[in-house]
Design a protein around this ligand. Structure first.
Ligand code: SF4
Ligand code: ZN
Length: 319
């Protein structure tokens, strides 16, 4: 039997067989194909324009490392400016490795890197909060706090460095999970907001973009390894969203028999999204552009969520 060769170059041994389109690609053609797909998404969806300054949320996981590496192609062509930000939430045994990899990656690519720790900025770590939460009658999940503070840090740093876009590494698996989860939960309000880019409800929020949205998670992992970059694959010990995991398991197992299923979900959603978005947002207009009385950040309420949380947290940890 003759050995199958790369369907693109016809020379090298394939490292991947894409069941959804029949391609078998060697390492070099595979990497080029991922880069081409991401750059095409950026162009078609108008995620970036010449002269943009892009701030990448870099956790050190495979998605954000891949994203930084691909956006670096645009930086090297002098199309964009590029910086990265890593947040140290203070999760012992998990975050240290990500920070080390994020540092190595930015050094290797010569990209300016900001590391912001919750301890320095807010005076607590997620570990400390969770220790205090254990004694509470209704303990909150770590992600409830983490998500709010992370968003605030991203926005503040983006403004400080004059970034025009914040890029995150959401992949095809993440996005189809979110679409399905929100649909199954009947959460149309969240569903209509899922997209390639945010439509900022306030000009003080920097637009967020998701250039990896069409790339399957597995391929991103392979891309990073084949590019000679190190990543950590460990999950956060506080990750608790069991419904997301259930939906993720369902999608992964369905993909085995139906290799195109995630693309169908995403593409189908993109077709109906403008219609439901218009219909829905007409009746549910965006939140008012107020300002938090304490910190001065954009907020729909008198006091923003992060200031409310900050007060509760300092009461709980007694500092
Ligand atoms: Fe934070 Fe939750 Fe993500 Fe862990 S899983 S880093 S606690 S948002
Ligand atoms: Zn505030």
């Amino acid at each position: 039997m003759t050995e199958k060769l790369c369907t693109q170059c016809g020379r090298n041994k394939p490292i991947i067989h894409r069941k959804y389109n029949g391609q078998r690609l060697c390492s070099s053609c595979f990497r080029k194909s991922i880069e081409k797909q991401v750059l095409t998404t950026i162009r078609k969806q108008k995620l970036i324009t010449k002269g943009d300054k892009v701030l990448v949320g870099l956790s050190g996981g495979k998605d954000s490392v891949a994203l930084l590496k691909i956006l670096n192609i645009l930086k090297e062509k002098h199309i964009i400016e590029l910086e990265a930000i890593t947040i140290d939430e203070g999760i012992a045994g998990y975050r240290e490795e990500g920070i080390r990899i994020a540092k190595d990656t930015t050094e290797k690519l010569n990209i300016k890197h900001h590391i912001i720790s919750f301890q320095d900025k807010y005076g607590f770590t997620i570990d400390k909060i969770m220790k205090a939460e254990k004694n509470q009658p209704n303990p909150q999940h770590a992600c409830t706090y983490c998500g709010v503070f992370r968003r605030q840090v991203f926005n503040q740093v983006a403004r400080e460095v004059n970034a025009t876009k914040i890029a995150t590494g959401h992949n095809l698996d993440d996005e189809t999970q979110s679409i399905l989860m929100n649909y199954l939960e009947g959460n149309i309000n969240n569903m209509v907001r899922i997209g390639y880019k945010t439509q900022a409800s306030d000009e003080r929020f920097t637009q967020k973009i998701k250039p990896l949205r069409k790339i399957p998670e597995k391929e991103i992992g392979l891309y990073v390894l084949e590019s000679g970059f190190e990543v950590h694959f460990d999950g956060c010990p506080y990750a608790h969203d069991s419904f997301r995991m259930e939906v993720g398991d369902f999608l992964r197992s369905t993909t085995i028999k139906h290799p195109t299923i995630m693309y169908s979900i995403l593409n189908g959603f993109e077709k109906i999204r403008p219609v439901i978005r218009e219909e829905y947002l007409e009746n549910h207009p965006g939140k008012p552009n107020g300002t938090c009385e304490i910190c001065g950040e954009p907020s729909s309420q008198r006091i923003c969520k992060s200031c409310k949380f900050l007060k509760q947290i300092h009461e709980k940890i007694g500092e």
